[in-house]
Design a binder for this molecule. Structure first.
Ligand code: SF4
Length: 343
């Protein structure tokens, strides 16, 4: 196992990534932010978001003070918005309960909102150089292949086996280079499709490579057909502005601005009049947008609704009229962005 870690460390020093904006710092705020953004999102996508976020919220106190809306706005387009809501909650918790500092203890870090075992480990490794094993999606794949661990990594037993392997492989020294090396190898060499085994420092010991089982390891998620759902969204247009409505804080797209939704057999004119004080001259269907969630697929049927007059006082709270440009700059879900961008 020492040899495994030594190979990863040596490879990282020569071929790993050294110029990412969140490297060369021990600032827990910066490291935490990067780790949360990197969950489910690739490095190249994360970099501009990370920079913009730090410009607007240069420290924990600034983030904790900010309204959630501003945080969601900066997150807009990155997806998985619960990450942004948890960031905001964690910043407020750290200010209120930890004197504005990240705890040193890995279990205390893991107890914070939105921080799992692997993320807590990575934060502690890169902040203090302490010794903890990580196991993000890329690293699971690398371990499953290199050590021939069969089964779907989301399965509890397989996951436990991968964690044991991650613990066994952990070096006592140079844990930052080792951890970064695992991340870099998983992201750039041992990729899901077409891994670059010829350039991999582990190829002489990798079980999947030696036994020709790369395509089998790790096993794919057991196939389950995701249910298909359907909704209708209304794009109310009046004097060059569109109407956005704030979603409730919990559930899908919680706290984001979105377009009003209506039942399949709902009466568009009546709904617009009652809920938004909007008189409608006509409406027309726009192309359907398909969007995939982890647990279901959603078809959105948008309708462009031409509004001739709005009674301002009749508008419900949590509703705004914005120019198209302003709406596109707001914290809106990706499919809503697609609908508005196509207008
Ligand atoms: S040899 Fe290939 S499959 Fe094995 S760890 Fe390296 S890149 Fe992955």
């Amino acid at each position: 196992m020492r040899e495994f870690a030594a190979m990863i460390i040596a490879w990282q020093k020569l071929h790993g990534r050294h110029d990412l904006p969140w490297q060369h710092t021990r600032d827990a705020y910066h490291i935490w932010l990067s780790e949360i953004m990197l969950q489910q999102t690739q490095v190249t996508t994360v970099i501009p978001y990370y920079r913009r976020f730090l410009e607007r919220f240069p420290n924990l106190a600034a983030l904790a003070r900010a309204p959630l809306d501003r945080v969601l706005e900066l997150w807009s387009g990155l997806g998985y918005y619960s990450r942004a809501r948890n960031l905001h909650r964690t910043a407020q918790t750290l200010i209120a309960e930890h004197a504005g500092h990240f705890p040193r203890d890995v279990d205390a870090v893991q107890a914070l909102p939105g921080i799992g075992r692997s993320t807590a480990a990575a934060i502690c490794v890169f902040t203090h150089g302490s010794c903890h094993a990580i196991l993000d999606g890329n690293v699971k794949r690398l371990f499953a292949r290199c050590f021939g661990i069969a089964g779907y990594p989301g399965d509890a037993k397989v996951q436990a086996q991968l964690w044991r392997q991650a613990q066994l492989a952990l070096p006592r020294q140079e844990v930052e280079a080792y951890t970064q090396g695992l991340m870099d190898l998983g992201a750039t060499v041992c990729t899901r499709g077409k891994p670059r085994c010829a350039a991999c420092p582990l190829n002489r010991r990798c079980i999947a490579y030696k036994s020709g089982r790369i395509a089998e390891l790790p096993a794919a998620r057991p196939r389950k057909t995701r249910p298909q759902r359907r909704t209708q969204m209304l794009v109310l247009v009046h004097s060059g502005q569109v109407l956005l409505e704030k979603r409730v804080a919990s559930g899908i797209w919680g706290g984001l601005w979105s377009l009003p939704e209506i039942e399949a057999d709902g009466n568009i004119r009546a709904l617009c009049a009652q809920r938004y004080g909007a008189e409608v001259s006509g409406h027309e269907p726009l192309p359907t947008i398909a969007h995939g969630f982890t647990h279901f697929k959603l078809d959105i049927e948008p309708h462009k609704v031409m509004v001739t007059h709005v009674i301002p006082r009749a508008a419900a709270p949590g509703v705004v009229w914005l120019s198209l440009e302003e709406a596109l700059g707001a914290a809106i879900p990706a499919p809503v962005r697609r609908i508005l961008a196509a207008l």
